[in-house]
Design a protein around this ligand. Structure first.
Ligand SMILES: Nc1nc2c(ncn2[C@@H]2O[C@H](COP(=O)(O)OP(=O)(O)O)[C@@H](O)[C@H]2O)c(=O)[nH]1
Ligand SMILES: [Mg+2]
Length: 277
């Protein structure tokens, strides 16, 4: 039984907006979480992008397993994508983004030049599922100096452009995609990285899935982090160690699960990539 739900109604509306936003840009910057590069994509995007180029940005590299990230980059590049891997908070996003833009648009710029088309700033739209860092990227790139948010004639309020450099403009509102859970695992992975609202899945189901995996693969990490002797009866052990108890002294398993999930989402149990190639 699928325990993670998604909402076609919301997505349909979001995708209609993206359709409008994409019309005015030269390329799309698709953000995916490096911990789940497959589960945080939406295949409908390809349809809306059409012939336009795309830059895939894998965000939150600081939370993902570096070896797995390397594999993902090779895979995506072998499919012909231009890929950028970042820690949005700490990396020099603006510089990296401009370098990659040059690569993404190289052919187009050369073609324009041959045809005598006067160069104008490239326009890009940032898209991605919730929580992958879209707004963080926009806020960081739109430095105070460059934050001359313009309103172009014929462009609606939702489609303001931010000038990044003389060569690059960004649509100021990101396009929101909804993840498409083609398998149950994809839904679970989105829950484990915090891309699905808490009401969208059962806490029990998600945490048990993660517990089984982590107890199997990283028992020492769990023991060290929670200062427990054994991973048998994990929730019980965490609850007793942390004093997460109900009145009467029993462990509050629900609360332990919440703590466990937050620890996973925030990377406190190490750098974990959920989607494997
Ligand atoms: N550790 C880490 N956190 C990030 C990174 N990028 C964004 N975040 C955090 O992820 C959360 C969601 O980011 P936000 O920009 O609101 O995502 P959006 O929903 O796609 O717009 C925020 O708490 C950010 O601080 C990153 O590369 N590494
Ligand atoms: Mg946002």
């Amino acid at each position: 039984m699928a325990q993670v739900h998604w909402f076609p109604g919301h997505m349909a509306k979001a995708l209609r907006l993206i359709e409008e936003q994409i019309k005015i840009v030269d390329f799309v910057i698709e953000c995916r979480d490096a911990r789940a590069p497959f589960s945080t994509r939406n295949p409908a995007l390809s349809y809306y992008i059409g012939e336009k180029r795309r830059l895939i940005v894998l965000t939150k590299k600081d939370l993902a397993d570096p070896k797995e990230t390397e594999k993902w980059v090779s895979e995506l590049e072998s499919e012909g994508h231009v890929v950028l891997v970042v820690d949005v908070i700490h990396d020099a996003i603006k510089k990296l983004m401009i370098e990659k833009t040059d690569i993404v648009l190289k052919d187009k710029r050369e073609r324009d030049k041959r045809r005598g088309i006067r160069p104008r700033p490239a326009r890009a739209l940032i898209v991605g599922v919730p929580n992958v860092g879209k707004s963080s990227i926009i806020n960081k790139i739109a430095s105070r100096k460059a934050a001359g948010v313009e309103n172009r004639p014929g462009v609606t309020q939702a489609l303001k452009l931010i000038k990044v450099t003389d060569e690059l403009e960004l649509v100021d509102t990101p396009g929101v995609l909804w993840p498409k859970f083609e398998t149950e695992e994809m839904g679970l992975h989105c829950a484990l990285i915090g891309s699905v609202k808490e009401t969208g899945y059962s806490l029990e189901y998600v945490t048990d899935y993660a517990r089984d995996l982590l107890v199997g693969e990283r028992p020492e990490t769990l023991k060290d982090f929670y200062a427990i002797q054994t991973c048998d009866n994990l929730y019980e052990a965490i609850g007793l160690q942390r004093g997460i108890l109900l009145e009467g002294g029993h462990v509050d398993v629900e609360k332990v699960r919440q703590t466990f999930l937050k620890d996973i989402q925030n990377g406190r149990l190490g750098r974990i990539t959920w989607d494997h190639l």
